[in-house]
Design a protein around this ligand. Structure first.
Ligand code: HEM
Length: 220
């Protein structure tokens, strides 16, 4: 599958859709940050996610999904560049495609940088005792909520998260409809609806995540 360009694009679409499903669950779980309970619901969600054995197994699929998605993107980038020794005229490209479709690699690099920073700040601290001293909350869960609040209070986190989430918006906007196109799920009646759902999803998910650092920075 990895040897043909179509095979690579199929894997890109499948891993992309898998990552989209993770984002949806992550967003819904993180909404607990808005509940006015000092972080009890947020910590309970984080604790469930990291102790449930089934979710633990799915997490490994998630890490593999991210690595595979990035790996194929890099391969496709070099294949596309070597197959196109004479660059298209910029004007022609602009007429035929959206800015985000021409910028998927750049957007992907920004999102990858965002994810690495995010994992360093939260996931590494939480799962690997990265030096942060957790004080348990009233329910005996590690108080990762306190760490999230501490991080999101800094202008650096606010700005980097907003940049990452704008990149995510454009990446999803093109990626969603492109995945369905690659999978051959094109239909004169349903494709406009799928594209509309894609655009709505691309707005709601990054916006939902963006509200979290904004809420903490300005209102906590
Ligand atoms: C802006 C609001 C966000 C908050 C408050 C947040 C919070 C967290 C926390 C506390 C963890 C570590 C604990 C756990 O595994 O549950 C985590 C893990 C993670 N986050 Fe986020 N996150 C946010 C946005 C994002 C976004 C936009 C992405 C991807 C683009 C993302 C990707 C991940 C990944 C891949 C993990 C590791 C999951 C695992 O180990 O199963 N997060 N997040």
């Amino acid at each position: 599958m990895l040897t043909s360009t179509l095979g690579k694009k199929l894997l890109m679409s499948l891993t992309g859709l898998f990552l989209i499903s993770f984002l949806t669950i992550h967003l819904i779980g993180n909404l607990a940050i808005f509940s006015n309970d000092g972080g009890l619901a947020f910590n309970a969600y984080a604790s469930f996610m990291s102790t449930n054995p089934l979710i633990g197994t799915v997490s490994y699929l998630l890490y593999a999904g991210i690595i595979l998605h990035v790996f194929i993107a890099v391969v496709l980038y070099f294949v596309n560049n070597s197959a196109r020794p004479v660059k298209y005229k910029v004007q022609k490209l602009k007429e035929n495609s959206s800015w985000e479709s021409r910028s998927m690699t750049l957007l992907g690099v920004l999102i990858l940088a965002f994810i690495l920073l995010h994992l360093k700040d939260f996931w590494w601290q939480y799962k690997h005792d990265g030096g942060y001293q957790f004080v348990e909350d009233a329910n005996g869960n590690r108080n990762i909520y306190a760490l999230v609040i501490e991080q999101f209070k800094t202008p650096f986190a606010l700005v980097t998260y907003l940049i990452g989430l704008v990149a995510l918006f454009f990446h999803l906007k093109h990626g969603f409809q492109s995945a369905f196109q690659t999978l051959g799920l094109e239909h004169h009646k349903y494709t406009p609806a799928i594209n509309a759902i894609g655009v709505i999803y691309s707005i709601i998910v990054p916006l939902g995540f963006a509200l979290m650092p904004v809420f903490v920075f300005f209102f906590k």
